[in-house]
Ligand binder design. Structure first.
Ligand code: FAD
Length: 477
């Protein structure tokens, strides 16, 4: 900034970047040697895509408390305001006589729009607007095919990322932050009612999660000193804790992908060549790919990537949808997954694929209904990963699993939870059954009285789904 006014503050607008380390916008603001006012804006007014679901609101509340404590330990405060970001920032900048707004770039369509509006507001007010990277390893514009187009297939995308390399070392928390002499008013966090504890469906969440960057570092540390080396062999077994559980921390930006990347490389030696760490870093690139897709095809949150699915005869059946949501489908692995989601706000990736396949293929209910339920119940609800994940399983997405590959929930159960540990944990009605019976109790005539019979027959449901698929395929030929 050419004409610096040493008394006029910079507004550090926190978004999905609730951390102080490896925060390029914060580091850049600190370097200027002017006062910094941290501001978080809750936007409950804008489009649905920007409104967080229930589980994520529980997380946000705890994460803001954690960020507030961290900033306070450095002598500052996080100011909380509510409303549309451009107008809140405009009023706030006028009231504080700020000379600029610094923030981390995001990629969801509504966030892109928000940034454009904030940039326009800053121009009108004659103040500086600076946008910084930090939520991704690679900017979507920097990764392109040889024709200069966005990638639609993951493997060449990941190769292009890896060939760029040069992921810089993460930044530390700046030690030279200057705070203002006086602080503007803040909303009390409790007044936002982010999470109302009645009924307290999230009461078990704290046993699984510690929102905030300290919790994120602990999860990363636990993972890199142990599970990562066996990640490729064990990541698909839902009863084991062999994945990182970093997803909500990454979604809220409590840890940066660059911090995760470097931590894994550091642990595995300079090359980070372990099979487990390679497989894990590939998943971090899947996260990048999902954002790349959403950035280039913002309509994908509402529309199938493959246009022939516009004509798919999705069923609307509230009873079946409710049975799926409640974990009462009669398919033990599906029900275990849906109950894990309800109790912990998270579900193992293998099981996410099985339950999503069951909803879209066995029940032929639209992936959008599934994505909405996940949005409301996942603590890691993330527009890019959720949309791409659902479209991938439903077969209508970019580089998706073919629609005709219908997961058999009983075989998936026998393969990935052979001794039924996961099922017994989440579906206690089935706990007394033997390892053989637990995957499909009706087959052995041992259905417990408090557990439902399957709501659909696997073979018949599969045939119905394939018929519907062949119908739209023929129509589009
Ligand atoms: P790890 O296996 O430890 O992976 C590390 C990180 O890589 C994850 O934290 C995540 O950021 C990223 N990652 C892993 N798998 C994927 C993937 N398939 N696509 C994109 N990024 C990935 N992930 C979300 O973060 N939010 C969602 O809302 C979400 N919805 C999904 C919906 C469906 C239907 C499916 C099939 C997958 C969805 N995923 C979502 C992706 C994946 O299931 C989770 O990221 C993963 O289970 C989180 O657990 P983890 O942190 O232990 O993952």
């Amino acid at each position: 900034m050419p004409d610096m006014n040493q008394n006029s503050p910079i507004i550090l607008w926190f978004r999905d970047d609730l951390r102080l380390s490896d925060h390029p916008a914060l580091s850049a603001a600190a370097k200027l040697g002017v006062p910094i006012i941290p501001l978080f804006i809750l936007d409950d007014l804008s489009s649905d895509a920007r409104r967080r679901g229930g589980a994520a609101r529980w997380w946000l509340q705890a994460s803001l408390e954690s960020l507030g404590r961290e900033v306070q330990a450095l002598g500052g405060r996080v100011i909380l305001r509510r409303g549309r970001a451009p107008s809140v920032l405009e009023d706030f900048a006028k009231a504080t006589k700020a000379q600029g707004v610094f923030f981390t770039r995001l990629y969801e369509p509504s966030r892109v729009e928000e940034e454009q509006d904030v940039a326009a507001m800053c121009r009108m007010q004659g103040i500086t607007c600076r946008r910084y990277p930090g939520a991704l390893l690679f900017e979507p514009e920097d990764i392109a095919t040889q024709k200069g187009e966005p990638f639609r297939v993951f493997t060449p995308f990941s190769k292009a990322c890896l060939s760029r390399g040069g992921i810089k070392a993460p930044l530390s928390v700046p030690d030279n932050i200057i705070w203002p002499d006086s602080w503007p008013e803040t909303d009390p966090l409790s007044s936002w009612g982010l999470y109302r504890g009645s009924p307290d469906w999230a009461k078990d969440f704290p046993t699984y999660w510690t929102p905030g960057s300290a919790g994120a570092s602990q999860k990363a540390e636990r993972f890199v000193v142990g599970p990562v080396s066996d990640y490729s062999d064990k990541r698909d077994i839902p009863s084991l804790d062999f994945t990182s559980s970093l997803s909500p921390h990454l979604s809220f930006g409590e840890i940066s992908p660059r911090q995760v990347w470097h931590r894994v490389h550091h642990q595995e030696g300079a090359e980070g060549r372990g099979v487990g760490s390679q497989a894990f870093l590939r998943q971090i690139l899947w996260r990048e790919f999902c954002r790349h897709l959403l950035f280039h095809w913002p309509q994908m949150t509402a529309k199938p990537f493959d246009p022939k699915f516009d004509a798919f005869p999705w069923r609307e059946d509230d009873g079946d949808l409710l049975a799926w949501q409640k974990g009462q489908t009669g398919y033990p692995l599906v029900d275990a997954g849906m109950r894990q989601l309800w109790h912990s706000g998270w579900m193992h990736n293998r099981v996410r694929m099985v339950v999503a396949s069951f909803l879209t293929k066995h029940l032929m209910i639209s992936w959008r209904a599934g994505a909405e339920w996940f949005w409301d119940t996942l603590v890691d609800a993330d527009l890019a990963n959720n949309t791409a994940g659902w479209q991938w399983v439903a077969g209508c997405g970019c580089d998706a699993a073919p629609y005709f590959r219908v997961f058999n929930p009983i075989l998936q159960s026998r393969k990935f939870d052979p001794e039924g540990f996961y099922i017994r944990r989440w579906v206690p009605e089935l706990a007394p059954l033997s390892n053989r019976q637990v995957h499909a109790p009706w087959e052995d005539g041992v259905l417990p009285p408090d557990y439902p019979a399957p709501i659909v027959d696997h073979a018949a449901a599969r045939a119905r789904a394939l018929d519907a698929y062949n119908g739209i395929r023929q129509r589009s030929n």
